[in-house]
Design a protein around this ligand. Structure first.
Ligand SMILES: CC(C)(COP(=O)(O)OP(=O)(O)OC[C@H]1O[C@@H](n2cnc3c(N)ncnc32)[C@H](O)[C@@H]1OP(=O)(O)O)[C@@H](O)C(=O)NCCC(=O)NCCS
Length: 178
C-alpha cells in the first residue's frame, strides 16, 4: 500500500478497496454533505465507484485524495489532499484542487488543517506545482477558515450548479520571479 507522506499524527496513504466501509460511513452522512450539494451516497456500491475513480486518478495523474490514518489508533478518519481537477470550475480548466472530508466524530481536532498543510507542502516540493486552487461553499465556515489559515488567498465568489462558492489560490513561492 503506497504511503504518500505523513504528518506528526497521521499517515497519508492511497485509498484502497479495503477502505470501502469507512468511505461509506463518511459519504453517507448528510451532515458531511451539507455543503457539498446535499447528495450523500445511498448505498455501498456508490462508495465502491468513488474508490475506483480515486484509484484511477492515481494511475492517470500520479495524485488523488489521500486516506488519513491515525497513527495512534490506525483509524481511517477521512481523506485529504490534492486532486487534479479536469472539469471546468470557475472558468479554470485543469487545475490542482486542495480538499478534505473528515468523519463527523473527528471534526474540530485540527485534522483537516494539519493534513492540508502537508498536502500543500507535497504539491509544491514533490510535485513542483505552480499553483493550487480550492473552492468552498460560501456558508462552509470551517472550510473557508482552513483555506485561509493554510495560506490560500480568496480570489472571488462564483456560482456553480446554483451554489455560491468562494474561489481560492496559492502560488508556489519558490517559482516566484520576484
Ligand atoms: C470542513 C472539515 C473538513 C473541517 O475538518 P476539521 O478537521 O474539523 O477542521 P479543523 O479542526 O482542522 O479546523 C476547522 C476550523 O474551522 C473552525 N470552525 C469550525 N466550525 C466553524 C463554524 N461553524 N464557524 C466558524 N469557524 C468554524 C474551527 O474553529 C477551526 O478553526 P481554528 O483551528 O482556527 O479554531 C469537516 O468539517 C468536514 O469534513 N466537513 C464536511 C466536508 C466538507 O465540507 N469539506 C470541505 C469542502 S470545501
Amino acid at each position: 500500500m503506497k504511503i504518500f507522506t505523513e504528518t506528526p499524527k497521521f499517515i497519508l496513504r492511497e485509498i484502497v478497496e479495503g477502505d470501502l466501509m469507512d468511505m461509506y460511513e463518511l459519504d453517507s452522512d448528510p451532515e458531511v454533505h451539507k455543503y457539498l450539494g446535499n447528495k450523500p451516497v445511498q448505498n455501498v456500491a456508490q462508495s465502491k465507484e468513488i474508490i475506483k475513480s480515486i484509484r484511477q486518478q492515481y494511475d492517470t495523474f500520479g495524485i488523488g485524495r489521500w486516506a488519513i490514518v491515525d497513527k495512534a489508533t490506525n483509524d481511517f478518519v477521512g481523506w485529504s489532499g490534492l486532486k487534479y481537477e479536469t472539469m471546468s470550475l470557475n472558468k479554470q480548466n485543469g487545475y490542482y484542487d486542495l480538499g478534505y472530508r473528515i468523519k463527523r466524530k473527528y471534526w474540530g481536532k485540527g485534522i483537516a488543517t494539519e493534513t492540508a498543510v502537508e498536502a500543500l507542502k507535497y504539491g509544491f516540493t514533490v510535485l513542483n506545482l505552480e499553483e493550487i486552487c480550492a473552492a468552498a461553499h460560501i456558508d462552509n465556515a470551517a472550510s473557508n477558515k482552513i483555506l485561509q489559515k493554510v495560506g490560500l488567498k480568496f480570489i472571488e465568489t462564483f456560482e456553480y450548479d446554483g451554489i455560491s462558492c468562494n474561489w481560492y489560490k496559492i502560488e508556489n513561492r519558490s517559482k516566484s520571479t520576484i
